[in-house]
Design a protein. Sequence first.
Length: 124
Amino acid sequence: MQDHRIPVPKDDRFMDELVRQIDLLPVPASLSGRDEEKLNESLRIVGLIRATFRRRYRRQALAVLIADIVICSVICLIGYLVLIPEVTATPALQFISTWRYLFIGIINVGLLFVLCRDVALGQF
């Protein structure tokens, strides 16, 4: 193998010739550097769109949270004031009075689910 190897000079002449030939090779258009301005502009536009969507979704999430708090507070207040256990005389009202927190919780979770689904679909 040693006898049939390609002779390579020991000085830098070989590397200089290799670098010169590599520099003569054509450069793809995507690596030429001319599109760098377009890329920077595109990245800036994407950043602006991302920031706009981030602000929009934060406002929507805050609106859903405030709406859920208000609606759930009203439901809890109505459930607490209307369904006082001493006042309920019928068995149906006693059942509702006993399980009122479960019903209010189910209504609140359902309401939150509906509002979050509307935000995810972009309808809020």
